[in-house]
Design a protein around this ligand. Structure first.
Ligand code: PGA
Length: 264
């Protein structure tokens, strides 16, 4: 994993946006895997700015989101479809029909069929070129809670109590936070050609260190990224504070720069 450490949230978001923009420029019909939550908001703001001010063109880009709350309709203000429209899609020149978020309103008896069709759509689009990822307080990527198989595929998954508590800030009460979600699996994520793993905030420092430097375990599904051949972790300084090899990561980035090559 290539680990880069950035001094604050803004710098983390800018570096991430540069990587996404580079891909969009070199492959205008690329497939982006997108994430929700507070972590990627700054990245999306920067992409919106680049689209508006620099003409970064999303007209041929296709996107697939990692997950959606089970039971929330696309127009629910806390649905991930709503979040994506509000934070990114409404601010860039992407075609809405090329954006995909799992359908949280699918009926229970159609869930399996829906999840299989979501996987199929990703394959038919040519696979995900770059997958944006945050990390949950319990180490999850997408909604792959501890214990998720590292080979898991898109499916319905029960949310951990801690995840619901963490996300309750967006709802009127904890009771309103859905108990389950549709989520890409760890196996689905590992098939992306490149993963862009973002983390910020002191609260994430422990799980970030375990994911990057700890053993690969289904108890912290982000640790599965160690198996991925092309993951770039962009970690803000506070979230990086428990990394044991922090000095090495800083040194490696500097060394590549001195050699005239960007590590990312
Ligand atoms: P956050 O959520 O970005 O709001 O911290 C991350 C996650 O749960 O994956």
């Amino acid at each position: 994993m290539r680990v880069v450490i950035r001094k604050d949230y803004e710098a983390m978001s800018k570096t991430a946006a540069e990587i996404v923009a580079r891909l969009v420029r070199s492959k205008p019909d690329c497939v982006l895997g997108l994430a929700t939550g507070s972590t990627p908001v700054g990245l999306y703001q920067e992409l919106a700015r680049m689209c508006k001010e620099e003409g970064l063109d999303f007209s041929r880009v296709t996107t697939f989101n990692l997950d959606e709350y089970f039971g929330l309709s696309p127009d629910h203000p806390q649905s991930y479809r709503y979040f994506m429209n509000d934070n990114l899609f409404n601010h860039i020149n992407i075609k809405k029909e090329n954006t995909h978020v799992p359908d949280g309103t699918v009926s229970l008896d159609k869930v399996e069929e829906f999840c299989a069709s979501y996987e199929k759509m990703i394959k038919e689009a040519g696979g995900i070129d770059l997958q944006v990822l945050g990390i949950g307080g319990d180490g999850h990527i997408a909604f792959n809670e501890p214990g998720s198989s590292l080979a898991s595929r898109t499916r319905l998954i029960a949310l951990e109590e801690q995840t619901r508590i963490d996300n309750a800030r967006f709802f009127d009460s904890l009771d309103e936070v859905p108990r389950a979600a549709l989520s890409m699996g760890v196996g689905t994520i590992l098939e992306a050609k490149c993963c862009l793993f973002l983390a910020n905030g002191r609260k994430k420092a422990g799980v970030v260190a375990e994911s990057i430097e700890g053993p690969i375990t289904s108890q912290i599904t982000a640790s599965a990224l160690q198996l991925h051949p092309n993951t770039i972790a962009i970690i803000e300084e506070e979230a990086a504070s428990e990394l044991k090899r922090k000095e090495y990561y800083l040194y490696a980035e500097k060394m590549w720069k001195e050699l005239g090559k960007s590590m990312i």
